[in-house]
Design a protein around this ligand. Structure first.
Ligand SMILES: C[S@@+](CC[C@H](N)C(=O)[O-])C[C@H]1O[C@@H](n2cnc3c(N)ncnc32)[C@H](O)[C@@H]1O
Length: 381
């Protein structure tokens, strides 16, 4: 992808995506709904933040995730999934692990590495690992990285309509928070929708927020139940795309168990006065960018997942939501067999000492244990 500088000091890609956004603003009567802006900024096939070849996740990227903390996360998930895979394998020829948002494939490698040791050979041989990756460039990257040998069990497909399996384990870490959201604001009188517009700035233009009456009936229905005693300016993100997300997954498997892991809130926490400005954040190089509209395509945009909402949408699509647990409780319980093994062995060797340091970061409530939650969904179990 070209990153050449141009006269205004911006890269050609920045100018291209800005041009596209201005066109869309113009087409939408000077007010582009925020979710449409976020979709262009993150997922435009040529200029989107998540479709580019940049390094996003990890210490040399823009943010860390539980996967990038190290092998420990995938190892514990493998311990969590192993008994479920064994039970599924007892009455099926194959079990398929499906991952969404695999980025560079590290979780696949970490989980399969541990599952190869935990499962008996005949079950492991019947295990498939499929990544659902909508973007061609990222599919090609995963192919070139893995099909050459590192993890030759990995298959990559572009969407759930290509999938029809009996037994499925679904895993999505930090995917829900990256799905474009709408934003609404209490103006003291009614809820209005925050859109994106453009104003003159010197020789050029810059993107700004603009408030509009809510047009979408689905959004109107949701805000109807929100409190009206909030302070003026109270801002909330609403994800209307969860419905398509869960509806696409549902028909792909007869029997499914899934873990959707993300940072997020339950409904009452959303109205906490400390969150008056909402949870939309923009990240670059491990720092928060004050203006989320400033560099579309070059910065990450994300918002906390409203787990009550995600759960009710998943149920409407036919799933059972068996629990929403914080990452602390989920990981400590799932890691029990591994922790007992280490305890039995005495002083941890260097490898286990490293994994234990990673484990602490993942489960400790003051690091990732409390803010991250695990939503477990089921179908046909
Ligand atoms: C914050 S990154 C998380 C990456 C990785 N799972 C991790 O934990 O390090 C979000 C990922 O979700 C992907 N994503 C967002 N919506 C998706 C969807 N509907 N289907 C598949 N991937 C999606 C993005 O392309 C990106 O790779």
């Amino acid at each position: 992808m070209s990153e050449q500088a141009t006269d205004n000091g911006q890269s050609a890609d920045e100018n291209s995506i800005m041009g596209l956004i201005h066109e869309k603003i113009h087409e939408s009567d000077s007010a582009l709904p925020f979710d449409e802006f976020m979709e262009l900024a993150l997922y435009h096939p040529n200029y989107g933040y998540y479709t580019s070849a940049r390094k996003r996740v990890g210490s040399d990227g823009d943010f860390i995730t539980s996967v990038s903390v190290g092998q420990c996360f995938g190892m514990i998930l493998a311990h969590h999934f192993a008994p479920i895979i064994e039970s599924m394998a007892s009455n099926s020829d194959e079990v398929v692990i499906v991952e969404l948002g695999a980025e560079e494939g590290d979780l696949a490698k970490d989980m399969m590495g541990t599952l190869a040791k935990l499962l008996n050979g005949s079950i492991f041989k019947r295990l498939r690992y499929i990544v659902v990756e909508p973007f061609a460039a990222k599919r090609a990257m995963l192919h070139s990285k893995f099909i050459s040998g590192e993890l030759d069990e990995l298959e990559v497909i572009s969407n759930f309509s290509e999938l029809s399996v009996n037994n499925c384990i679904l895993i999505a870490n930090e995917v829900l928070d990256a799905i474009p959201v709408k934003r609404v604001r209490w103006n003291g009188n009614e809820w209005v929708e925050i859109c994106v517009s453009a104003v003159k700035c010197g020789e050029g233009q810059r993107l700004v927020e603009i408030e509009r009456n809510i047009a979408s009936s689905a959004l109107k229905k949701i805000v109807k139940d929100y409190p009206t005693t909030l302070t003026e300016g109270f801002t909330i993100e609403v994800n209307l795309r969860f419905n398509d997300f869960f509806a696409d997954i549902f028909p792909a498997a007869e029997i499914l168990y899934g873990c959707l892991i993300d940072y997020g809130l339950e409904a009452d926490e959303i109205f906490d006065p400390g969150r008056k400005n909402g949870t939309l954040r923009a990240y670059s190089k491990h720092g928060i960018i004050d203006d989320p509209l400033s560099s579309p395509g070059r910065i990450d945009l994300t918002s906390h997942v409203n787990f009550d909402h995600a759960s009710s949408v998943a149920k409407d699509c036919g799933f059972e939501v068996s629990s929403i647990t914080d990452q602390y409780h989920f990981l400590v319980k799932s890691a029990e067999p591994w922790l007992l093994e280490i305890e039995k062995a005495g002083d941890p060797d260097a490898k286990n000492a490293k994994l234990l340091r990673q484990f602490k970061m993942l489960f400790h409530p003051s690091v990732m244990g409390k803010n991250f939650k695990v939503m477990e969904i089921k179908k046909g179990i």
